[in-house]
Design a protein. Sequence first.
Length: 481
Amino acid sequence: MKKKILVANRGEIACRIIRAIQELGHTAVAIYETPDNGALHIRVADEAIWLGDGPRVDYLDIERIMQVAKRYDIDAIHPGYGFLAENPGLPKACVENDIIFIGPNSEVISNLGNKVMARKIMAGAKIPMVPGTDNLADDEDAAVAEAIVFGEKYGYPIMLKATAGGGGRGIRQVDRPEDVQEQFQIARAEAIAAFASGDIYIEKVVVQPKHVEVQIIADSTGETVHLGTRDCSIQRRNQKLVEIAPSLIPDQGLLDEICETAVRAAKAANYENAGTVEFLIDKDMNYYFMEINTRVQVEHTVTEMVTGIDIVRTQIKLALGKTLLFKQEDVQIRGYAIEMRINAEDPQNDFMPEGGKTVNVYRSPGGYGVRLDGFVYQGYTIPEVYDSLLVKLTVHGYSWNETVDRLRRCLNNYVISGLKTTIPYYIQLVNEPQFQSGDFDTSYIEQHPELADYRDDVSEVNKIAALIAEIHHEKMNPYAI
Ligand code: ADP
Ligand code: ADP
Ligand code: MG
């Protein structure tokens, strides 16, 4: 039966989800705040509902969203990532209002969203992890003293982490005992600002780790499969920029073991729907559980490209009561996929956001093995109040080398002018030998400051194109993004 599905998100992920809803023959309902007037997710949806002036507060207002959901006879809600995606209050409100939440239930989200609780559940299932603490004391002096005891016991560096953390915020590495207090204050302030909770705990640092994660999908019968690994080691400020599927670690036995561990972790948490189990891998190839993200991940595209499985479509079908159609042995990984997050940021200025600017010229690459998940178009002004992701460029290839070659071609053909983006930085990146070798860890960007060493002038051709576009008030067809 045709359902009305509300997408409680914006930007590229809202567009991504709307496509899946429409492909399934359901009705896609968008919501928006005033700064998103004219945004693509409103145009591609079947219906769009204005929530309020925002910014951000209305997208985060569960009561308001439930109010419109009731009023417009919504059957199900997809939260996307960010915003309310990991807020257990949304699935709870959905249950109370007889609406289907596309994701795990509130108890699972609340258990796994709390990193200390998640570690307890995983410890019970004997999932490998680094030494860590409970929440530190509320009192600052007592908390600092606990951290110093931990540092003495396990050695430095140690990691202070926001218990409710997400998006790389509230994470501070401490290298020496004399820095504990200052870093604790920063981590706590960041945690309070981002998560309205000052809870901080400690983990031992895995030095120069690889970040490897496993996509898992589980149905209501407990059938749980994994869709292989992704490497997300290329990060700045603990936030991912580039993601690769599958991991390039040449030990297939180890990767299989990590995938099986991820399935065990998901089962231990009674997981349902799509999720991601994140691990860190040290130089000696020991792996440690880090967290489970209870939502669709930004980088789900690379897994879709190498498995052929539409993760968002699967999420919706499972939430509407279907069971998994494929078994573990049906999942095959073919070739490699790389996603680059093209952000409105200036890599030459510490990746400062470039919000508030207008896209003068937008020309995107296409062709075999190329996928774009975006929401900006020529003439679009980027709202300043949301995150800086413009479009995800995902390429798929038969081999790693072919995938890198394809990526280079796409980046060289991409034109976004009117604002600074991460594209010129990525062009440097794809030409860098260590990146090409596929062997890097989370310190890669920090260790390659020369990647930001490029001349960022708009070429004459682009300037002329921008001028012509302006004269003709040319708008790209916003559907071909
Ligand atoms: P990934 O999906 O790979 O984990 P990010 O860590 O960048 O990607 O998170 C995806 C988006 O969701 C980002 O915009 C980030 O700021 C936001 N986000 C992630 N976790 C939270 C959270 N707990 N609260 C608020 N926003 C979050
Ligand atoms: P978030 O919820 O913000 O994604 P994570 O716990 O997933 O937080 O950590 C984000 C990133 O921070 C990781 O990908 C990794 O680069 C770094 N990190 C987190 N914990 C550790 C640790 N114990 N040792 C080394 N790096 C870590
Ligand atoms: Mg994480």
